[in-house]
Every structure is written in C-alpha cells, then in structure tokens.
Write a protein that binds this ligand. Structure first.
Ligand code: ADP
Ligand code: MG
Length: 438
C-alpha cells in the first residue's frame, strides 16, 4: 500500500468512530497514487456516492496534509462490468423518481449519541432493524434544533442503504397540508392517497404539530395512518412536544401516536456538545483546538443548530482572515452571545425556591407524600419548571422521584386551571416567577 494512503487512513481512523471507520474506510482499496491523483476502489456505486457525500472533504484535506499537496480523489467501483452498471443505474433512477430526497448527511454516522438522546437514537436504530414491527409508530419529540429531523432521516437513509427499492416518504406536515390542498383543488386525491398509502413502505412525517387545527388534514392523515399501520408499514413522527400536549389535535390521533414508542430528545450535555463540534469539524476537514471546542460548547447549550452555526461562523471568519482558529477569534465570534444575560432557569433552582417559599424540604418535593401541604408546592414546582426551564414532562418526572410523565402533565394542567380560578395561587405563582427571572 502507498505510504500516503496508509498515513491518511491512520489519521482518519483517529477522527472517526470505529464503526464508521470499519464500515466506510476499511473496504477501500488504494489502486494508485500519482502526483495529482489517488485512485480508490470501492465496492459499489452506492458506496461511492456515500463517500462523496459524507467523507470527501475529510478525505481530501487529510490526503493533502499527508501528500503535502492537493490530490484529486478518483473512485472506481469493484465489479462494474457493463451489465451490472446498468442494473445499478436502473435501481438508482427508479429510486430517484419515487421518493422525496433525504439529506444524505443526516445519517447515523454523523449523529453523536449522549445521555440526552441515546434513547431516541436506540429507538431509531431498532426501527431500521425491523421496520413496521416493534415500534410503530415511533414518535420522537424535543425542542428546536436537537436533531429530530436528523434522526428521522437517518432511519430513511439507513433503510434505503439496506434496500434501495424501499419506498420511503419523507415529508414535513406543512408540505403534507399543502399537497393535500392542491390535490383537492386539482381533483387528484386518488394520486395523493396512493402516494402515502399504497405506494409507501415507510412514512416519515416531520413536525406533526402543524396539523393541529387543520381538520381536513387530520381526517386524511387519520386514514393514512390506519392504512399504513394495518399493513405493518413503519410510521415515524416528530414533534416539538408530547402528543397529549398538541392543542387542536384530534383525540384519536393523540391516542394513536401513543400506540408505539415515544422517545424524547433533551438538550445535549456539555461532553456531547463538545463531541458534536469535534465530529462536525472532522467531517468538514477543519482543525478545531480543544479549548475552542470547549469554549463554544460551554456557551451554546440548548440548540445544536446554533452550536453548528457558531462553528460555521468561526470557520468562515478564519478562512477569510487567513488566521487559524484560536480562542481570540472564538471570543470575537461569540461576542453577541457572551454579552447577553443568561436567562435559563435550572430545575434545581426552581425546586429550592419553591421548597423554601412553602417551608418544606426539596426531598419532600421529590418524595412520595401526598399531603396537600406538600402536593400543592410540588405541583407548582413542576409547573414553573415546565414554564421556565423548558424541560420535557418525562425529564421533570424523573427529577421528582421518578414519577411518570402523565403525573407531571396533570399537575401542570391543574395549576393552569387554578391560576384562572384561585387568586391566592395566582399571586404566589407570579411572585415565584418574578424571583426566578428577576
Ligand atoms: P430538529 O429537527 O430537532 O429541529 P435537526 O435535526 O434539524 O433538529 O438538527 C439541527 C442540526 O443539528 C442539524 O444540522 C443536525 O445534523 C445537528 N445535530 C443535532 N443533533 C445532533 C447530534 N446528536 N449529533 C450530530 N449532529 C446533530
Ligand atoms: Mg426538524
């Protein structure tokens, strides 16, 4: 093997997961290296496309480092005699006609797993193992920019990789609504129905919360759901909130969304945020110093999209100015964020505040006693956490002695009701809110 290729491989191996490396780099055979180009033999066209879409930048930048000059990367496929190549072409064009495109970068390899998302991630992986069987529907919910669309499309990409002829429909509920309206207007409902029922093996429907209040869409979707479900076709749904919480959504849909598995995604922990930055930098062929990664991760907490945005800004800034990425540039780029006041409230903070206001202990709030003197403050604490810390119901449940999410939901509802009927409670809650957010 050529030393340039050996060196490049060993650098790439350090930057990727073992799984990624074994899957996408081990099978590559280096055919030849000249001054301008390297020829890499890969198993098939799909493999080549995947490498080009996901790893080309990384390959190019590492090759350039090792060869000390840019090398063009050329791929060749192992067994592409002409008949096979036609076959591959056919499968590919069929696939393209039939499906709404998925973003190839939204794959499992690029998704960093940590405590905040490991359950959702595992659920998605399980779905790719046996679509339509165990977890149907799979309902993923969580805040903005936490990776719901990424995971959902990763299911699609993985299923497509395993079986290119699977008919996968990926659609946001907004587009679904628009398509439905157009189909009604142009009298093409039959086509619309067959697209999402008969001619669909996997339905990925993103941001379902937007169908709330849209009666006609809900009726149509209800029948689509039943038809797919009845045929054991996998349905994956994402939302920014728990099904029960989507106001204006029909009860029968809410209940169906809970038939399968519900998985939430929480904002990532610090370590996960650092890992996300490192992985993105590696894919983009950017050298990101450790202290800078830590610094970014410490300041951008609740939204992975923003975190990635920071890295993009930082990289662009350094490319334009020609200086390397370091702490000075990072501070400069993050200036706006660093100067805005921290507004986030923590679960612990609320528990402490409410406990001291009512003269009970935090342990009491988390404990099992149901006496009103404790149950009422407990419900208020849950309500305030929901409002101000933005935590999910399951998360709040876990932080109150592992209660079920449904207990939290009814507590929050109860307080919401009391706020409109009980003046004392309203005054207390307002006072607590004021001391929380200043
Ligand atoms: P959502 O649909 O929940 O609003 P997205 O799936 O669009 O969020 O994710 C926003 C961005 O953050 C995407 O570019 C996605 O690739 C990235 N992202 C989110 N979570 C992760 C993760 N755990 N690992 C890697 N990238 C992530
Ligand atoms: Mg999304």
């Amino acid at each position: 093997m050529d030393p340039i290729w050996i060196n490049t491989l060993s650098v790439i191996q350090k930057k990727l997961d073992t799984h990624q490396f074994n899957h996408w780099f081990k099978p590559i055979v280096c055919e030849s290296v000249t001054d301008e180009a390297i020829v890499l033999r890969v198993p098939d066209r799909f493999f080549q496309d995947w490498l080009e879409d996901n790893y080309l930048e990384l390959l190019q930048s590492e090759l350039q480092q090792c060869a000390e000059s840019p090398l063009e990367v050329r791929f060749t496929c192992e067994s592409l005699d002409s008949s096979k190549s036609n076959l591959v072409q056919n499968v590919r064009s069929q696939r393209q006609d039939d499906s709404i495109p998925l973003d190839r970068r939204y794959n499992f390899d690029r998704y960093v797993v940590g405590p905040s998302n490991q359950f959702a991630h595992a659920a998605c992986m399980a779905v790719t193992e046996a679509p339509g069987r165990n977890y149907n529907p799979l309902f993923i919910y969580g805040g903005v920019g936490l990776g719901k669309t990424h995971l959902m499309q990763a299911i699609g990409n993985e299923l497509r990789r395993r079986n290119p002829s699977t008919r996968i429909r990926y659609i946001s509920s907004e587009t679904y609504i628009n398509e439905l309206i157009t189909s009604i207007r142009t009298e093409r409902m039959d086509e619309f129905r067959s697209r999402y029922r008969r001619n669909c093996d996997i339905l990925l429907i993103d941001d379902i919360q937007f169908i709330a209040g849209k009666d006609r869409t809900q009726i149509e979707f209800f029948h689509t759901f039943n038809s797919l479900y009845g045929d054991h076709k996998q349905i994956v749904i994402t939302s920014d909130r728990f099904p029960q919480e989507i106001q204006g959504l029909e009860e029968r849909l809410k209940s169906r969304f809970q038939w399968g598995l519900i998985a939430d995604i929480q904002p990532p922990e610090l370590e996960t945020r650092v890992a996300i930055l490192n992985r993105k930098a590696a894919y983009d062929g950017v050298h990101l110093p450790e202290d800078v990664a830590m610094f970014l991760a410490q300041h951008v907490k609740n939204n992975v999209r923003e975190l990635e945005g920071m890295l993009i800004r930082l990289t662009a800034h350094c490319r334009i100015s020609g200086c390397p990425i370091d702490m000075d540039v990072a501070r400069h780029v993050l200036k706006d964020i660093l100067e805005s006041p921290a507004t986030r409230v923590s679960i612990q903070q609320v528990q402490k505040l409410v406990a001291s206001h009512y003269n009970v202990s935090v342990a009491d709030l988390k404990g099992g006693r149901r006496h009103r003197a404790i149950a009422q403050p407990r419900m208020i604490a849950m309500y305030l956490i929901r409002q101000h810390a933005g935590s999910s119901y399951p998360e709040i449940g876990r932080r109150f002695g592992n209660r079920d999410h449904s207990t939290v939901i009814s507590a929050v509802k109860k307080i919401e009701k009391q706020l409109t009927t009980n003046n004392d409670i309203r005054k207390t809650v307002l006072e607590l809110q004021r001391s929380l957010v200043g």
